[in-house]
Design a protein around this ligand. Structure first.
Ligand SMILES: [Zn+2]
Length: 403
């Protein structure tokens, strides 16, 4: 008896729509998962999320483990109760933060946003977790909050995620950087596989939580295939695809092409940390069911809003518009006239621009609401297009080529 049930409801090529049933409700897939790192999707509350059409949120174990502590959250009745979100939740293992930021530091990469585009919650200038030691058992690191020493292993991560009580939890893995060579990536993969098996062993409340295994292997075909096979054979309720996805979008699409055919098609597949329009289309076309990405909410807080093709969004501007820019000072149009969100229905670009210029918190909040609604609406259209066999047509309307 698994905590989740996944049924494919329609198929078009490799793309599919599905229904993911969890102990806290249903998720229609393909779905975009808003990122609520610190048990909150910044600037919005659970009612906002429901109004936007969000059906599931993600929270980061690393951050909650360090503050306020997963044991405390357990005491309050678990993460659903603590953050007042009664829908499905997914937590990650904590490994991503420790490794991605740690590697960035170790490799002397000061700005690692290009490598790990979705890690936004730790201030890179002042607050890096320091990776101290990786060994066969786990990883020792220093907290970005106060420098205290911590040790994360498969058992610690699963225990923390069981304390949080999310519907879907992730196996503990080593996230390698694109700067790692094949030899190192192979060694790391062996550790990740051993940790995946240990995560499965430590995962005891199987009726309440579903464990997803994570496919690693960097941009190396043989390693990705080996990993997909291993994670598939581990026989867990779902899969995530993580780690370095190469240097270009083409690399990423290629990796999905290697991995997905080796994973049981009756189980959900989550592409970790990815969520640009182009990636959504190309991901679903290769059988991805779940996406998460901090970019839409992070950008919103800086005044960058997402716009649909009807409002001038295209691949060249990455469907982005900086509404905080001075040129919108007198623009009385909404952010996007084709959007049904509360920001577009009630406010002008000029007002948004003013809020950002005046550092008013309503600016980030309205922009966040808009960007999340943009993602939710895109996913609704993608699901509709898959079920009617029109995915390529929809992608074309968005100017996206399905390579
Ligand atoms: Zn809007």
């Amino acid at each position: 008896m698994s905590a989740i049930k996944f049924s494919v409801t329609s198929k078009s090529g490799k793309a599919r729509t599905g229904l993911l049933t969890t102990p806290h409700g249903k998720v229609r897939t393909p779905a975009f998962i808003p990122v609520g790192t610190q048990a909150t999707v910044k600037t919005v509350d659970p009612d906002d999320l429901k109004t936007l059409g969000a059906e599931i949120v993600l929270a980061n174990t690393y951050h909650l483990y360090l503050r306020p502590g997963t044991a405390l959250i357990k005491k309050t009745g678990g993460l659903h109760n603590f953050m007042n979100w009664d829908g499905p939740i997914l937590t990650d293992s904590g490994g991503f933060q420790v490794f991605s930021l740690g590697w960035g530091l170790e490799h002397g990469v000061s700005k690692i946003s290009n490598i790990f585009p979705d890690e936004d919650e730790v201030d890179r200038r002042t607050q890096k977790p320091r990776l101290m030691k990786v060994d066969e058992e786990g990883v020792t690191f220093a907290s970005h909050l106060d420098g205290t020493k911590h040790r994360l292993t498969a058992e610690v991560s699963i225990k923390a995620q069981q304390d949080l009580g999310a519907d879907i939890i992730l196996a503990f893995d080593e996230c390698t950087s694109p700067l790692h060579d094949e030899e190192y990536t192979r060694e790391a993969l062996a550790r990740s596989h051993a940790w995946a098996a240990r995560s499965k062993k430590a995962w005891t409340n199987r009726k309440q939580q579903a464990l997803f295994g994570i496919v690693q292997g960097g941009a190396y075909q043989s390693l990705r295939e080996e990993s997909a096979q291993f994670i598939n054979d581990l026989d867990v309720p779902g899969y995530a695809i993580g780690g370095s996805l190469g240097k270009t979008k083409k690399d990423m699409h290629q990796i999905l092409g290697w991995v997905n055919p080796l994973l049981d098609s009756n189980k959900p597949r989550h592409l970790l940390g990815i969520g640009e329009v182009e990636d959504i289309f190309n991901g679903v076309a290769r059988g991805v069911d779940l996406f998460d990405c901090a970019a839409p909410t992070r950008m919103a807080r800086n005044g960058t809003v997402l716009i649909r093709p009807e409002s001038g969004g295209d691949l060249k501007n990455r469907f982005r518009l900086n509404v905080a820019a001075a040129k919108f000072k007198n623009d009385m149009k909404p952010i996007d006239a084709s959007c049904d969100c509360v920001a577009c229905q009630n406010y002008s670009r000029a007002y948004l621009r003013h809020l950002f210029a005046a550092h008013e918190p309503l600016g980030p909040r309205l922009a966040t609401i808009h960007n999340l609604r943009f993602m939710m609406k895109l996913m609704e259209e993608v699901r509709e297009a898959i079920s009617t066999g029109n995915l390529s047509r929809l992608a074309k309307r968005w100017g996206v080529g399905l390579q």
